[in-house]
Design a binder for this molecule. Structure first.
Ligand code: PLP
Length: 452
């Protein structure tokens, strides 16, 4: 039974919707929080209360919530051509222009771009197209995909399997058989006593090699990783991690897939997380900030070998048997082009470089609080992990409860954030100013004191 203080709209919501990532029984008590409008880094709820959106929606609204240029780009494209597809050899100008622009911007020699609508679709396409490639290359055994515990790559059957979080597997009968999850590269939690970050990275690379050899290198196709893990708890890789891992991958011709769905387009103070963490990807997945979150669009960038193999497969077969009705939607491509133009014109990367130290310093100042285990982050992403033992990794008796309470305390003080287990995640719109960072972080000490 729903609580009798719920509004009519909240009652209708409960009866009409299944909410993703929501505890259903609790929702019946509290009702959903109805958001009505947005402007800049703020959103306003139906009760008229304004909040700092400290997670940019779901890590996607890098330009905030009221960017008129993005809206105009969508409107203009909707008037000209509201829909077209890329099937059967059709195309349209926004799709071509965006692919060209991405090829210019990406930190890899991207030969071709393939469009989807979501991060999950991009990563699902990665798996399928890598399998397709390996069949074309005459190595049909090479199909296993390595990912990492706490990695997040989506929720389709295949991408939820890549995701390394128990919530996405339990009761869904996942993961599927083709995935192997490697150790999470979280130095604070996983390093041996006294082990430096560089030593830890070397150990993880050695474990990667052991896994590849145990599985048989001829069976291992790819390794997928977020430059900074997002939904798994904002986990920044230890020093030297990706170069050490990639040395092993190269040795066994295992493809490096960079999942830039969160890190892409400025978030880590470079255009791509791959630049920040010295990743040389063979293929990349992008979504979210690609359109500033205003339109569902994703993209896979592939290197020449992958692009040529896909082309050969699509010639050998009657057609490429893969594609989404709305992949490369003209309005989405137009919005993405507008977003990229704004990122360039307003030098968003430069802005993030200027304000990120202010944010990171404010976050790290919270590390002294007795409830905090670790404060960490990169660029305009941050995680505050709570622990029953100050400064040390340890699990609470009821995992996730204290983190959720801190999130509520911040909400009560006007800041929307997201708790990932007992880590409070920050990922504000990249356009946030220093004064707004102050506004977002100011309630934190009091909210921590109020959290039990
Ligand atoms: N990859 C990463 C790194 C993500 O953070 C997400 C979503 O949060 C996804 C993939 C899945 O994207 P979507 O929710 O658009 O399917």
């Amino acid at each position: 039974m729903a609580h009798d203080t719920l509004t009519n709209a909240q009652m209708r919501d409960i009866e009409a919707l299944v909410h993703p990532y929501t505890h259903a029984a609790s929702l019946r008590q509290t009702g959903a929080h109805m958001i009505a409008s947005g402007e800049g880094i703020y959103v306003t709820d139906e009760a008229g209360r304004r909040y700092v959106e400290g997670l940019a929606g779901l890590w996607c609204c890098g330009l905030g919530f009221g960017d008129a240029e993005l809206v105009e780009a969508a409107q203009a494209q909707f008037s000209r051509l509201p829909y077209y597809h890329l099937f059967g050899g059709r195309t349209h100008e926004p799709a071509i222009e965006l692919a060209e622009k991405l090829k210019e911007l990406l930190p890899m020699e991207a030969a071709r771009i393939f469009y989807g609508c979501s991060g999950s679709e991009a990563n699902d396409s990665q798996i399928k197209l890598i399998w397709y490639m390996n069949n074309v290359l005459g190595r049909p055994e090479k199909k296993k995909i390595l990912s990492r515990k706490r990695g997040y790559h989506g929720v389709t059957l295949a991408t939820a399997s890549l995701t390394g979080l128990p919530l996405n597997h339990e009761d869904f009968d996942l993961p599927l058989e083709f995935v192997r999850h490697l150790r999470c590269p979280h130095h604070w939690k996983e390093a041996e006593p006294g082990e430096t970050e560089a030593e830890f990275s070397a150990r993880l690379a050695a474990e990667l090699e052991e896994t590849i050899l145990a599985e048989g290198p001829e069976t291992v196709a790819a390794f997928i990783a977020e430059p900074v893990m997002g939904a798994g708890g904002v986990i920044v890789p230890p020093e030297g991690y990706f170069p050490a891992m990639q040395a092993v991958l190269r040795k066994y011709d295992v493809q490096m897939v960079a999942d830039e769905v969160i890190c892409g387009f400025g978030r880590t103070a470079n255009w791509f997380g791959s630049e920040t963490f010295s990743i040389a990807p063979n293929s990349m997945s992008m979504a979210k900030q690609l359109t500033g979150g205003y339109f569902p669009l994703s993209a896979v960038a592939m290197d020449r070998r992958m692009a040529e193999a896909v082309e050969e497969g699509a010639s050998r077969n009657p057609a490429l048997g893969h594609g989404f009705t709305y992949g490369g939607h003209p309005a989405g491509c137009a919005v993405a082009l507008a977003a990229l133009a704004i990122y360039e014109r307003r030098d968003i990367v430069g802005h993030v470089r200027r304000v990120a130290p202010v944010f990171q310093a404010r976050l790290r100042a919270a590390a002294d609080h007795p409830l905090v285990g670790e404060a960490r982050g990169a660029g305009l992403m941050g995680g505050l992990e709570l622990s029953p033992e100050p400064g040390r990794p340890a699990a609470f008796a009821q995992p996730g409860k204290v983190g959720a309470r801190l999130m509520e305390e911040m909400l009560a003080r006007g800041v929307i954030l997201r708790s990932l287990g007992d880590t409070l995640a920050f990922c504000p719109p990249m356009v946030i100013t220093e004064a707004e960072i102050e506004e977002m972080m100011a309630p934190l000490p009091e909210a921590l004191d109020a959290t039990h």
